[in-house]
Structure formats: C-alpha cells, structure tokens
Design a binder for this molecule. Structure first.
Ligand SMILES: *Cc1c(COP(=O)(O)O)cnc(C)c1O
Length: 385
C-alpha cells in the first residue's frame, strides 16, 4: 500500500461492539470508532442483517435506476438537513465518502453563477482536489497546487472577519460546526447564526460540512441544528454507514434545483447496500435513544476528565461524543501511543490534543475506565516526551 498514513502500528482482525482484537490476539477498547465512523461499534447485528438482506435481494444497479433503500435514505437525510425548517424542499446526492460529498457541494456552488468561496482557517474537508482547495492546512494543499481557485480563508469563529470577507461575489461560505481535524474546535452556535445571516445578506450559500459531526456524533442528527440554522448545503459521511462507505450532499431550498442532468454522477454512490446500512444505523440510533446518550455520555466524559484535576489537561472541548482533550504540552502523540499499548484506541489530531470519538453505544463503565486509563497514562508519560 502507498505510504500515505505512515507505518500502521497495529493490524486489526476482529471487532465486536466497542472491542477490537489485533493480529497478536491483544484486545482494545475503541475510543476512536474508525474516526467517528463506527457509531454503532463493530459488527452491529442490525447493520449486519440489513446489509446481508439487501445484498441477497439486490446489490447494485447503477444510478440510471432507483432503489427503495436509496429513496428511503434520501428522505431521512432531507429531514435531518431541514430539521429547523421542516417542509423545505431538498434533494440528496449520494457519494462513497466525505470528500466526494464536499466535491458535490463545491460543484453546486459553481452553478450559482459566482465562484468565490469563503472557507475557514483550520478547516478540513477531505483530500480530493476540490476539498483540498477549501482545506486550510498548507501541508495538504501546497504539494498539489494549482488547486481550484477563488478561495479565501477567514478566522474560524470570528463573525466580524467573516462579514468582511463575504460580499455579493461570494458563491458560498463553507464551515464545519466543530473542526474535528483541527483538534475539536467549537466556535459556538452564535457563529453559525452569524454565518447564516451573512450568507443570506449577500445571496451566498451556507455550506455546512457535517461529515464528522453529523449522524448523532455530537448529540443530534447534525451538530448545526442546535444553533437553529438551516444550511443550503449539508454534507454527511462518517457516521452514516457504520463503516460501509457512503456519504451524501443534501441541498435545500433553491440550491436543491441547481444540479441538472449531466452535471454530476457516480457509479457506485448510494447503491442499495450502502443505503440499507445507512437506514439501519438511523433505525438503531432512534430505537436505542443514542442521540441523547451521546450528549449525556459526552458530558459525563468531559466532566470526569475535568474532575481529575490533572495539571497536564488544560480543557476538554467538543460536544457529545466528539471530544478533544487539550494538553498543556505537545505530548498528545506520545500519550496516544501509550494508551494504545495499554489497550485504548484514540488519536492526536494536533500535538497538544487527544481526540476521542467512541461508538455511541459506549457504556458509562467504559467511559469511567477510559478516564482512569487516561489519568494513569498521563502519570506514566512525562510532559517532556
Ligand atoms: C473526514 C472528513 C472529511 C473527508 O471524508 P472522507 O470520507 O475521508 O473523504 C470531510 N470533512 C470533514 C469535516 C471530515 O472530518
């Protein structure tokens, strides 16, 4: 395989619920969930049954044709994207990944007749060329220039700077409700409301990337709904298929009519097996009350870590079960490695931030045990590491 992620530190062979086993037979508790993907943990019986049943019935037909699973999932996603404005017309384009969902949204913005996009400093939107163009990190961008142009970056969370950057040539404002890859940075609901006002005042689209934050991760179907805002473009992916590859771009209101035949397409995207996986995930989240559970357990996790009073922990930020543990030093990669050696999977999106995103089915007991393991690991790893 190409060396895009460095040498993998473990080979995993089996998963069940929150548990993972590596090729050496060692067991781990998964507090990363495949990067906010495995919302229902590993090998969830409802997802397994839905995928198996759909694959036995009909696995793929191309997008020249529709399937019942695809249409049913589109209806659910429309509901999530228009939660604050029920009945708003909306349409879905299915994809196989988050970056493709953002590519679709990007192409929709070009059909407004404007080209300028205002994106956020600290942003991450994926690795295809359009998504990289609106991603701030120079390490991800510079080797691949020239990228699609007419993009400006403005400080995340700064409504005045956003107002100054957006004008009547702006096609869209694109933002994440919480910047996961930037270390779980939450700009607050008021910033999303300001972004909505500023976009509307200038006739620009508001494009919210819910790829990491959506599908229950932050305690709602979208993280942005809590702000009361309705976006023109909402992108989903990570939690949607519980690991079965699927993403979606939902366009609401006038934006929903911009893509016309011939403008965009994908051979696999939204195939009935992926759609069945998505419907099963949504069904279990509803049946088991996992939105509320994500909020409650996420708050418990944050307050238990704060209660440790560990001087190396500066803050716990984020919402629901997407949390960044902010360290006073740059030892997050070393702490994450030590956690892995003691049977806990997490990651370090920034040198001073440990990210945890356990499956939404995580138990209160596992939260307690993670907090104890974190405390012990912080004690065992020096802040000089
Ligand atoms: C992961 C991520 C993406 C990209 O999704 P892929 O499935 O890896 O292409 C886009 N936006 C955000 C906010 C993400 O976290």
């Amino acid at each position: 395989m190409m060396n895009t992620f460095g040498t993998p530190s473990r080979v995993f062979v089996r998963g069940e619920g929150t548990q993972l086993w590596d090729a050496d037979g060692r067991q781990y508790t998964d507090f990363l969930a495949g990067l906010a993907v495995n919302a229902l943990g590993h090998a969830h019986p409802a997802v397994l049954a839905a995928i198996t049943a759909q694959l036995s019935m009909l696995g793929h037909v191309s997008n020249f044709f529709a399937t019942p699973a695809q249409v049913a999932l589109a209806e659910r996603l429309v509901g999530f994207a228009t939660e604050n404005a029920p009945g708003t017309p909306a349409r879905v384009f299915f994809t196989n990944s988050g970056t493709e969902a953002n590519e679709c949204a990007f192409k929709v913005t070009r059909l407004t007749g404007r080209t300028r996009i205002v994106a956020m400093e600290g942003s991450f939107h994926g690795r295809t060329l359009g998504a990289v163009a609106i991603t701030a990190n120079p390490k991800y961008r510079e080797p691949f220039e020239p990228l699609p142009g007419d993009i400006v970056f403005t400080p995340y969370g700064d409504a005045d700077a956003l107002a100054a950057a957006v004008d009547e040539t702006t096609a869209a404002v694109v933002l994440e409700p919480i910047q996961g890859e930037n270390g779980v940075v939450d700009p607050g609901d008021e910033f999303l409301r300001a972004a909505r006002r500023i976009a509307t005042a200038n006739g620009a689209l508001l494009w919210i990337d819910e790829v990491q934050t959506g599908m229950g991760r932050c305690g709602g179907w979208t993280a942005s709904a809590a702000s009361g805002v309705t976006a023109d473009l909402v992108t989903f992916a990570k939690g949607l298929g519980n690991g079965f590859p699927i993403g979606a771009c939902v366009a609401t209101g006038e934006a929903s009519g911009l893509l016309q035949p011939g403008h965009h397409g994908s051979t696999y995207a939204g195939n009935p097996v992926a759609a069945a996986a998505g419907l099963a995930v949504i069904g279990v989240i509803e049946r088991d009350g996992l939105l509320r559970r994500a909020s409650e357990l996420g708050d418990a996790l944050a307050s238990r870590i704060a209660a440790l009073g560990n001087p190396r922990v500066q803050a716990v930020r984020g919402r629901g079960l997407l949390r960044g543990i902010v360290l006073a030093d740059e030892s997050a990669p070393a702490v994450v490695k030590a956690l892995l050696d003691s049977g806990w999977v997490a990651n370090a999106p920034r040198p001073h931030v440990i990210r945890v995103a356990p499956p939404l089915i995580v138990s209160p007991d596992e939260i307690e045990r993670f907090v104890a393991a974190l405390d012990a690991t912080l004690a065992a790893t020096s802040d000089a590491s």
